[in-house]
Design a protein around this ligand. Sequence first.
Ligand SMILES: [Fe+2]
Ligand SMILES: [Fe+2]
Length: 294
Amino acid sequence: MLQTKGQVDAVRVITLLDDYAGYETSFYAQHGIAFLIEVSSGEICKRILLDVGQSATPILHNMSLLGLEPGIVDAILLSHCHYDHTEGLVDMLKAINRDLVPVIAHTSIFRENYIFDPFIRNIGITAKNGPEAIRAAGGHLVLSDRPFEIMPGVISTGVVPRRVDFEQSGIGTYNLADGVISGDKIEDDLSIVINVKDVGLVILVGCSHAGIVNIVNHSKEITGIDRVEAVIGGFHLIEAPRERVIKTARALKEMEVNSVIAGHCTGLKACAELANQLKDNFELLQCGKILNVP
Ligand SMILES: [Fe+2]
Ligand SMILES: [Fe+2]
């Protein structure tokens, strides 16, 4: 496995979209997620957008409230195929309005991904955001299943091995290929890991379908860094049994993660358990939340 070597001086994570608008804000909330990750390394400052919600409208509204122009985005990474992370893609690319913007994702991102309860529905990426539409809107697809550095110290995790026994795979979605319907493990679940000099890892996740503890373990493995400063995003514990929630909170506590910021699909009960176990090391995610490291 690739051992990453790079590190960055600083990172700022700006939450452009979450399910929660926050108390007394004018942000637009939506079931979905989008982070603007500003990375500083020497003279260089690059901005990566992790996920694009199910519509660009609230993201663009929230960016304008924060005084951010869409044109500042240098690359996009899609954490996985689900609509709440991908449907805003082409409209965001149009707003960015540049040629050859890297769009990084897993090789299977364009598969159809079905649920049948309460009724048949493809919750994966739609034709509106298919490869041709992405290219026509100025995107350049970079599809990889392996970890790689987007720039030194900023890593796309690639496929995350599922090793932790309490983080079972799958959320009841199905793939359809060659007329055959089969259970789906959301293998395309990718995250971003940033190795910040003298601080440790900052890990950004979409829905954590690979399991948040698996993702943190994998991040440590591919970077060779043990210290985790922050984990931020959706942990998809909203339907998880209580036992898994407790074990997850315990594992994050044992890893001594300084800042755990969870929202989107984490769920109220899981957030309460995380707050209970992690105390001041836990924060609720919301639109406009900014994390500066260091
Ligand atoms: Fe998802
Ligand atoms: Fe999600």
